[in-house]
Design a protein around this ligand. Structure first.
Ligand SMILES: [Zn+2]
Ligand SMILES: [Zn+2]
Length: 386
């Protein structure tokens, strides 16, 4: 009896907290995946169908999984394992790594941490990666760029990504997972591999999220470079938020994405203006030059209320923060920054970290009157970890 209970208890104490902080991410969710190979890169795995363990597999094992109608045919190197409606590969420890390659359609192979479940959904395979929350956050940091930055920067970035993750934990609840790997959720391309410091810095902030004065999880946006002045939320989204005000940022102005120039033929500009105004006025004799406005939504010129974001989208500009020079033959946009400009400026934050500011300094510089909480201790209304 003693032998039985002890291993069971120690197993529970190890497994429970990890499972409570795991997250389910749908992989390649917009693709019509019909056949994959999955190989074990690290660790040992159990192949499970429902609650039944079909076998235990070690590093180097490879599985071929193909959809036929509503079922999955599963084979390993040696033999046919069976026809199932769903199948799971569960890592026995915390070190499991799988390599997944779609062979129909053919795609690059990609490494993911921890567990995988596969089932048929809407005439295609649905691949769900269930993994440790912190490993997921580190992978998103890597996908969002900034490799080679200082540890304090990664810590600040981890808190923002974790806050978004917890706030959106039920975004895809009806689909049977938490988030997908696409940009409308958060970019998740593969496990964090290039820089082990990212996962280490993420774990150093484990659990930390940001709330506003009403204890509500905040919107935690970030962008590449604000051009020296961040944007208040209301300029980009429907409403202003007290914790997303404009701040002057001296830290990013000498960084790579601080300045940009785009030239477009004047004729292209004039056709845009007639489309935009819907008017038959001949604007060709007007000069459209304007100096860099403060962070603002609209510039008024020749009676036209020019929406700077609409212009940004139309001409593929890096930001909505620019001056315009009308030379008579071409239009030159002289802009600052890269991205929407709301929240944390990544290049400014990297510079802050480099010159010695802490992750908390960085967060409080870009977000006003926010507080840190541990989501594992919060009463999250819809947070029901399995
Ligand atoms: Zn999604
Ligand atoms: Zn900035």
């Amino acid at each position: 009896m003693r032998y039985f209970i002890l291993p069971l208890l120690s197993l529970l104490s190890i497994v429970t907290p990890i499972q409570a902080q795991s997250i389910k991410i749908a992989l390649l969710n917009s693709k019509e995946i019909n056949s994959v190979t999955v190989s074990i890169q690290e660790g040992r795995y159990l192949l499970k169908v429902g609650n039944e363990i079909m076998g235990e597999y070690k590093k180097g094992s490879i599985f071929y999984i193909s959809r036929f109608g509503n079922s999955l045919q599963v084979r390993d190197k040696r033999s046919f394992i069976g026809d199932f409606s769903s199948v799971e590969l569960n890592s026995k420890g915390n070190d499991g790594v799988l390599n997944i390659k779609s062979v129909n359609p053919i795609m690059e192979s990609t490494e993911y941490d921890d567990d995988l479940s596969v089932k048929v959904e809407d005439n295609r395979m649905q691949l769900i990666n269930k993994l440790d929350m912190e490993k997921y956050i580190a992978a998103v940091i890597e996908a969002e760029g900034g490799n080679g930055a200082n540890r304090q920067y990664y810590m600040a970035q981890a808190v923002l990504i974790r806050t978004f993750t917890i706030k959106n934990l039920y975004k895809h609840a009806e689909d049977g997972f938490n988030l997908c790997d696409e940009v409308h959720c958060q970019a998740y391309k593969h496990r964090c591999t290039q820089n082990p410091e990212i996962l280490e810095a993420t774990r150093a902030t484990a659990g930390s999220v940001l709330v506003d004065k009403d204890e509500v999880l905040i919107m935690s946006p970030f962008h590449s470079n604000c051009g020296g002045k961040t944007c208040p939320a209301g300029m980009v989204w429907q409403r202003d938020l007290p914790y997303l005000q404009s701040v002057d940022d001296p830290f990013c102005i000498n960084q790579t994405n601080a300045l940009w120039t785009i030239r477009v033929p004047r004729q292209e500009w004039l056709s845009f203006i007639s489309e935009y105004t819907g008017s038959s006025i001949d604007y060709s004799r007007y000069n459209f030059s304007f100096p860099l406005p403060p962070r603002t939504k609209l510039v008024s010129i020749h009676g036209i209320e020019l929406n700077l974001r609409t212009v940004r989208e139309r001409f593929g500009l890096r930001s909505a923060y620019y001056a315009l020079e009308d030379t008579g033959s071409e239009i030159i946009f002289k802009g600052k920054g890269y991205g929407h400009g709301v929240g944390m400026c990544q290049q400014g934050a990297m510079e802050m970290a480099r010159v010695g500011y802490t992750w908390k300094d960085i967060i409080h510089f870009y977000f006003q009157a926010v507080q840190l909480r541990d989501y594992r201790e919060m009463e999250l209304h819809r947070f029901k970890p399995e």
